[in-house]
Design a protein around this ligand. Structure first.
Ligand code: NAD
Ligand code: UD1
Length: 338
């Protein structure tokens, strides 16, 4: 039987997807340089599933290592998570982001092509919509980027579109994630950010567990129902299941499709804080702070295409998201080092 290769498989979304793929009967091979993760997550995935995960340490920019990988294992499709994702950092070290994300993807595709593997699921992001004029955001919305991280995702989308244009026997899905949050309901795997979290949910969890004093709510004067920013938070297990559906879709289809993975519902920062406190019965102290540069007021998905093409829709609720985030954080206050 062949393997599904997960680049960046030890990361937050990769590890949850590995588990859902194993549960669905796929064999999983991870290739990760552990620049933002550790092998511990995949060890826990093995414990949870009772199935082996082949974990290889390596970098997607290393052509020789990739060539060896494709020759050592029978790989039928690739889910490409590997990449750097911190927006602020990307403005400080743009060359590193373009090299890792864009050059890495080109190298990966070149070796896939050489090996005759032409099925690819790519981790794109709602960031490619920039400040969208209309919400909910359909896949046809114009694309733009305001920082090197977003640019790298947009460039990769264009590269993959050009590739399919030139070689129509490729099958590629560009999965545009909205805001992944939560953790597996076992509390054994979850998000383990390095240093101070940039994103809202890990920050709330770290305040709740006492690692940070209080949350700064970035702006309370947006044109939203309570003045704070509105996003489409999606449970990471729902997101992971979207990848299983995308791979099943690619077994039958060639060509390229961009597909939103979101719930279609927007929640504000204060909605998230209040849900977290209510469901977990724990205080989350916060203060209103100035807007974060580059932030937009409102962003949520039009999720209909995923349902139509993949037969997928998000099933988990806001309460599931905040409960599972807290279960993971409270059981692993120092992430995988706990
Ligand atoms: P993550 O950092 O937890 O996972 C990425 C993994 O890729 C890490 O394990 C890291 O060690 C690995 N990696 C990075 N560069 C590599 C390289 N050159 N070679 C091999 N491995 C490498 O991040 P995540 O949240 O799981 O995100 C996965 C993907 O989804 C990323 O491409 C990210 O840009 C994209 N995405 C994430 C979000 C989000 O909010 N988490 C939203 C939209 C899109
Ligand atoms: C961020 C990224 C975006 C990426 C997305 C999903 C930035 C500028 N953008 O967007 O590229 O695609 O994550 O991973 O980083 N907030 C606070 N206090 C905090 C943290 C966040 O109030 O300490 C607010 C933000 O202002 C925003 C909301 O919470 O309104 C969500 O923030 P975040 O989790 O960083 O996600 P995005 O801003 O959607």
């Amino acid at each position: 039987m062949s393997y599904i290769l997960l680049t960046g498989g030890a990361g937050y979304i990769g590890s949850h997807t590995a588990l859902e793929l194993l549960n669905a009967g796929f064999k999983v091979l991870s290739f990760d340089n552990f620049s933002n993760s550790s092998d511990a997550a995949l060890k826990r995935v093995e414990q949870l599933s009772g199935e082996p995960v082949v974990s290889i340490k390596g970098d997607i920019r290393d052509e020789a290592a990739l060539r060896q990988l494709f020759s050592d294992y029978n790989i039928s499709a690739v889910v490409h998570f590997a990449g750097l994702k911190a927006v602020g950092e990307s403005t400080q070290i743009p060359l590193h982001y373009y090299d890792n994300n864009v050059a890495g993807t080109v190298t990966l595709c070149r070796i896939m092509r050489e090996s005759g593997v032409k099925k690819l699921v790519f981790s794109s992001s709602a960031t490619v919509y920039g400040d969208a004029k209309q919400v909910p955001i359909p896949e046809t919305s114009p694309r733009s980027a305001t920082n090197p991280y977003g640019q790298s995702k947009l460039m990769i989308e264009h590269i993959l579109e050009d590739l399919v244009q030139a070689e129509p026997d490729w099958g590629i899905t560009l999965l545009r994630y909205f805001n992944p949050v939560g953790a597996h309901d076992s509390g054994r795997i979850g998000e383990d950010p390095n240093g101070i979290p940039n994103n809202l949910m890990p920050f709330i969890s770290q305040v709740a567990v006492g690692k940070r004093e209080k949350l700064s709510v970035f702006g309370a004067d947006y044109p939203t129902h309570d003045g704070t920013g509105v996003r489409d938070y999606i449970h990471v297990v729902d997101l992971a299941r979207g990848h299983v559906k995308a791979l099943q879709y690619l077994q039958q289809h060639n060509g390229i499709e961009a597909i939103n993975l979101g719930t279609g519902t927007g929640y504000s920062v204060l909605d998230m804080v209040n849900a977290f406190s209510r469901v977990n019965n724990i205080a989350v102290p916060y203060q209103i702070a100035p807007r974060r540069p580059g932030d937009i007021a409102t962003c949520y998905a039009e999720p209909g295409k995923a349902e139509k093409l993949l037969g997928w829709q998000a099933e988990k609720t806001l309460d599931d998201m905040v409960r599972d985030s807290w279960r993971w954080q409270s059981a692993n206050p120092n992430g995988y080092k706990s």
